[in-house]
Design a protein around this ligand. Structure first.
Ligand code: ADP
Ligand code: MG
Length: 389
């Protein structure tokens, strides 16, 4: 079991007395519907069987003792449940602390401390939402430990609230929702405007989902993300002068073509075009799956990448290389960047008998062009958070 060494680490650091719980929350990958979640559009993510393991025990006092096997150099980081606030020195513990703070803000004060050891087997900072995985995991642990009356959907909202308000990351609801509501073998077709959702089975006969991680170091990603959000807001405000909509996701392609001239800046026009078309593509992609048309689903994934590359301009040479090399390979049904972009990962649907060639060929071409290696994960779609022991 993957969690056994995590439990062993917990006992080594914090002793083995008392009631110790072992928990897991997945990471997620978004199959299609990128940069639509803050534009009132649809997304189509799924939870993965890789994610974050947590071993936790409630304390009698107010102390927090946190340790992550992914950040061993930082050792045990101590703080308190009193006066929770983000601190630079607190590093990664700002994520679990943010969730504790958010529970307090929602009227569920965390009155006592805990000892916690984490281990994640998803890459950090790569767009598979390790941060949301830690948030949902923390919320799930708090619910189990303190008996808070919250649903999994509430855990998603609390996680997003903490990431927005405590960690200052202006993310939409997709990541936490996909993780908290995950269901094995299914992706979640989520309308981010209403939070209405539907599970759609992903039946990939003779094919796998392969994630290619660019290993590109974080650059301007965060500031560009905020820039894209404000470009969409500008476009929306101008469109609202000529058509009654709440969000870009309310428009069909035909309506966008009719009204697009209301957007004065050509750049904002391109950004809005992506938001509108990507939302419609996501709706079509889910229909394609329902009709068992995986080939059409793959084509829509490819179109999504082109739109993110040319109109939304959030890809970059690393993600473009991974995707364009993937497109050359026989047996690749579809491939696109996933997550916010600028770095992070791509997601591809690859026929079983082409997976080895995919990893070999895309890996070699990437290393030759970019100068360092990409990592590949053949993933399975898993359930939401669970208590394992
Ligand atoms: P992403 O969510 O795409 O993986 P983020 O930058 O949003 O990237 O989140 C990564 C951050 O989340 C890490 O730098 C760390 O602070 C925190 N984190 C994620 N996984 C773990 C873990 N297993 N242990 C401790 N902190 C983690
Ligand atoms: Mg994140």
């Amino acid at each position: 079991m993957i969690w056994e060494p995590v439990l062993a680490k917990f006992k080594e650091l914090f002793g083995d007395e008392g009631e110790i719980g072992v928990y897991f929350a997945p990471g997620r990958v978004n199959m299609i519907g990128e940069h639509t979640d803050y534009n009132g559009g649809h997304v189509f993510p799924c939870a993965l069987t890789i994610g974050t393991y947590g071993v936790a025990r409630k304390r009698d006092d107010k102390k927090l003792r946190f340790y992550s096997m992914n950040f061993e150099n930082l050792g045990v980081l101590e703080s308190s449940v009193e006066g929770l606030k983000p601190e630079k020195e607190a590093d990664w513990t700002n994520y679990p602390k943010g969730v504790m703070w958010a529970f307090g803000e929602k009227g569920m004060k965390v009155e006592s401390g805990m000892d916690l050891v984490l281990f994640g087997n998803i890459p950090n900072g790569s767009g598979l939402s390790s941060s949301a995985s830690v948030e949902v995991l923390t919320g799930f642990i708090l619910r189990d430990m303190f008996g808070f009356d919250v649903t999994n959907q509430d855990l998603a909202l609390i996680g997003q609230y903490s990431e927005n308000k405590f960690n200052g990351v202006n993310c939409g609801i997709m990541d936490q929702f996909a993780i908290a509501m995950g269901k094995a073998g299914h992706a979640i077709f989520l309308d981010t405007a209403t939070l209405k959702y539907e599970y759609a089975p992903i039946r990939l006969e003779n094919a796998k989902i392969v994630i290619s991680c660019s290993n590109k170091k974080r650059g301007l990603g965060d500031s560009k993300y905020n820039e894209r959000r404000s470009e969409c807001e500008t476009a929306l405000a101008e469109l609202q002068k000529v058509v009654k909509i709440n969000a870009l996701g309310d428009l069909t392609e035909a309506q966008f073509e009719q009204y697009q001239d209301a957007i004065t800046s050509p750049v904002c026009q391109k950004r809005a075009k992506h938001a509108v078309y990507e939302n419609q593509r996501t709706i079509k992609a889910v229909e394609a799956l329902q009709n068992n048309d995986v080939a059409l689903f793959g084509k829509l994934m490819n179109d999504s990448h082109v739109s993110l590359r040319d109109d939304y301009e959030v890809t970059g040479i690393e993600l473009d290389t991974l995707v364009e090399e993937a497109w050359k390979i026989d047996g690749v049904i579809g491939s696109r960047m996933t997550g916010a972009g600028f770095g992070g990962c791509t997601v591809s649907i690859v026929k079983d008998d082409a997976v080895d060639a995919f990893i070999e060929k895309v890996g070699t071409a990437y290393k030759n062009k970019i100068g360092y290696a990409a990592d590949f994960y053949v993933v399975e779609i898993g359930d939401g958070p669970v208590k394992l022991a």
